[in-house]
Design a protein around this ligand. Structure first.
Ligand code: COS
Length: 385
């Protein structure tokens, strides 16, 4: 990998997270996946090396680095394990991000330091059983009475929401009607443990098995009026902006996962002999590896450009959707080739490539399906005007 365009600091971040992921995550990844076990201990260790709050100002306990540094860190974790990368990506983009960008001073001071230390996790309560791709079809309601929000409804597939260290969820709820007839949607901070807020951990997942995924239930759950995030009625915009950022992290997971699966496939193809020679020397396999390497380089160039646009304060919604679409679909092709190159062994859990194959599938579905990314891109390029 030629990192000639990265700063010395970004190169150091890559090297230190790579060391950490190889030393601390790789030895336990298979077992945690097998037992569907979320690890508080590993999450804390990820906090200790600064994997949470990378882009947050040190005033709130973050590292104050740019977005590309964050994306490189996610990429390096994903090179080893999708589940831990999911905890980091969701923890930062969807948990810390909206609090940092839209919270008031008091909310930031209250929640961010422990989130940046990796001692606690915040979650992003957008998706509902009947509001997936159609995110604004939210049914959850929040009624303001006597300076209290009374929340009723449910959420599903919410990363980091039901772990032992989940501390707060930003819940998108209908808070009224707008003058144009659309629902008024607002985000409200609901601390885990509030009476009337129950979480249920979702098990039997195909992928990201050692990350935490919860179903959330709100039954006349009351929180103070001051728990509103930003202004009333800004919830959907906040969620959409959060997803623009989050899509860069999902893209990083696709890129890092592709890199990891490619390296496993390359190593195996050189070690595995058939017909008296390493299978990497057969043109049919060498060309697969060449295609994988080419697509990974292209994916990296696209994603890093998107991060540099965000760092420069340029509009990046379109290129974030392109990066998410491309990197997640590249990983689909890479893991398919990687398992094929492993032959029968690629189907066995003793070989990490099997986990990469399963973990990839979420990337074309979560934080907006590939179809939604194509919709967003097609709107940006003017197909609908
Ligand atoms: N940033 C800020 N605001 C945005 C935005 C963005 N990137 N994209 C849209 N908005 C705003 C629009 O400006 C519009 O605002 P007003 O109603 O105030 O005018 C509002 O959001 C609705 O936009 P739009 O009419 O485009 O909404 P649609 O329902 O047609 O489509 C899509 C929105 C489909 C793009 C959106 O629902 C989406 O991204 N769905 C996928 C959800 C998703 O990714 N879920 C996965 C969650 S896993 S954490």
């Amino acid at each position: 990998m030629e990192d000639f365009e990265l700063s010395e600091e970004q190169k150091m971040i890559r090297a230190s997270i790579r060391d950490f992921a190889e030393g601390e995550i790789a030895p336990v990844a298979e077992e945690l996946d097998e037992h569907e076990q979320f690890s508080v201990e590993l999450t804390k260790k990820m906090g200790d090396i600064g994997l949470f709050g990378i882009f947050v100002n040190p005033e709130y306990g973050g590292s104050g680095l740019d977005y590309l540094s964050y994306i490189i860190a996610v990429e390096e974790v994903a090179r080893i394990d999708g589940s831990q990368a999911a905890t980091v990506a969701a923890g930062n983009s969807l948990g810390i991000g909206p609090l940092y960008y839209f919270g008031n001073q008091k909310q930031k001071e209250k929640w961010l330091p422990e989130l940046c230390r990796g001692e606690k996790l915040a979650s992003f309560g957008l998706t509902e059983p009947e509001a997936g791709s159609d995110a604004s079809a939210t049914k959850t309601t929040a009624k303001l009475e006597n300076q209290q929000w009374i929340i009723n409804g449910s959420k599903i597939f919410i990363t980091n929401s039901s772990s032992p260290i989940s501390s707060v969820c930003m819940v998108l709820a209908k808070t009224g009607k707008r003058t144009d007839g659309k629902d008024e949607l607002s985000s409200i901070l609901v601390p885990n443990g509030t009476p009337g807020f129950e979480t249920k951990t979702m098990k039997k997942k195909l992928m990201w098995r050692s990350s935490d995924t919860g179903e959330l239930y709100f039954d006349d759950c009351q929180v103070p009026e001051e728990n509103l995030l930003g202004k009333r009625g800004e919830g959907f915009h906040q969620m959409m902006e959060t997803l623009d950022n989050g899509r860069l992290a999902i893209a990083a997971m696709g890129l890092g996962g592709s890199q990891g699966a490619y390296e496993l496939a390359m190593k195996y193809s050189k070690e595995r002999h058939q017909f008296g020679v390493p299978i990497s020397t057969f043109q049919v396999n060498a060309f697969k590896l060449a295609d994988m390497a080419t697509e990974i380089e292209t994916a990296r160039a696209l994603l890093y450009k998107a991060c540099r646009m965000k760092n420069a304060g340029l509009p990046f919604s379109k290129i974030a959707a392109m990066s998410k679409l491309y990197c997640s679909e590249v990983m689909g092709r890479v893991v398919d080739h990687a398992v094929q190159l492993h032959g029968g062994y690629g189907l066995m859990k003793e070989y990490a490539v099997e986990r990469f194959y399963r973990d990839q599938k979420l990337l074309t579905i979560g934080e907006g399906t590939s179809e939604i990314q194509r919709l967003v891109i097609s709107r940006h390029i003017g197909c609908h005007s």
